[in-house]
Design a protein around this ligand. Structure first.
Ligand code: IPE
Ligand code: IPE
Ligand code: MG
Length: 247
């Protein structure tokens, strides 16, 4: 039986998030510049997006560029931005063919104008697609996102739009960049690093975590299936006892 056949289609993560890490090391191991790793990483993105859509994953969120990544050498940041515009231009067809809607989260105003325009264009053109929502986290940092929530909610309190007593989890959710997405069920990180790196801190509160040593440019469908199979073997208790869950 193939890995794909072992997946239970009725128990897929509703929201899968991936920290795509290891492009630089992949290139270095082969004696190439880091940029070559990023280029090859885009191939893994395409494969993963298509595989998730085919499986029936409703929401896929990819960490493509963090607020902290702005501190990388200027040339590397430029390469990443260039790859991003090219991918957006090139992948519109794939998104349409697979009925995928594009979404983005992060401090998008910091991105070069050309990317902002391209992003808006692809988001607009795919807005009626309904099979899967693909969210790109760009210039994204969870602490910045949460700071913005605090500011927006405080402003509403100050202007008597909501009372302090009314602030609950759903109010926080409504003010996050991810307001239209469910909580993350499964978070995958490649490249052997066991950390979250400022990604979706609120949204992963009860996510299952899957770490793999595979470097992102080597990430193939089989690795995705492996992660989902591992997810499906776990008992998600949400604080309850195993007996309560089984009832
Ligand atoms: C992930 O690969 C891509 C981004 C963070 C943009 P890295 O570039 O972090 O690769 P490593 O971790 O240095 O190998
Ligand atoms: C996390 O990877 C960000 C992205 C994958 C976009 P990094 O490579 O930037 O993470 P750290 O700095 O090693 O934690
Ligand atoms: Mg890295």
């Amino acid at each position: 039986m193939s890995l794909l056949d072992s997946i239970n289609k009725d128990n897929l993560p509703k929201h899968l998030a991936i920290i795509m890490d290891g492009n630089g090391r992949w290139a270095k191991q082969k004696g190439f510049l880091r940029a070559f790793g990023h280029e090859n990483g885009t191939k893994s993105v395409r494969k993963t997006v298509e595989a998730c859509a085919k499986l029936g994953v409703e929401n896929l969120t990819l960490y493509a560029f963090s607020t902290e990544n702005w501190n990388r050498p200027k040339l590397e940041v430029e390469t990443l931005m260039r790859l991003l515009v090219n991918s957006l231009k090139g992948e519109l067809k794939t998104l349409q063919e697979n009925n995928i809607k594009l979404n983005s989260i992060g401090n998008l105003e910091l991105l070069p104008k050309s990317i902002q325009t391209e992003l808006k264009d692809v988001i607009e053109k795919t807005k009626d697609n309904s099979r899967m929502t693909l969210t790109l986290a760009l210039s994204y940092g969870s602490r910045e996102e949460l700071l913005n929530v605090v500011k927006k909610v405080s402003d509403k309190v100050k202007n008597n739009i909501i009372s302090i007593e009314a602030i609950d989890e759903s109010i926080i959710n409504q003010h996050l960049y991810t307001h239209n997405l469910p909580d993350v069920d499964l978070l995958i990180r490649t490249s052997g690093e066991h950390r979250i790196s400022n990604f979706l801190l609120w949204q992963i509160a009860y996510a299952e975590l899957f770490f793999t040593d595979v470097l992102w440019p080597d990430f193939k469908e089989e690795h995705l299936y492996e992660a989902i199979i591992s997810y499906q073997k776990r008992e998600r208790r949400f604080g309850k006892t195993s007996e309560q869950i089984k009832k």
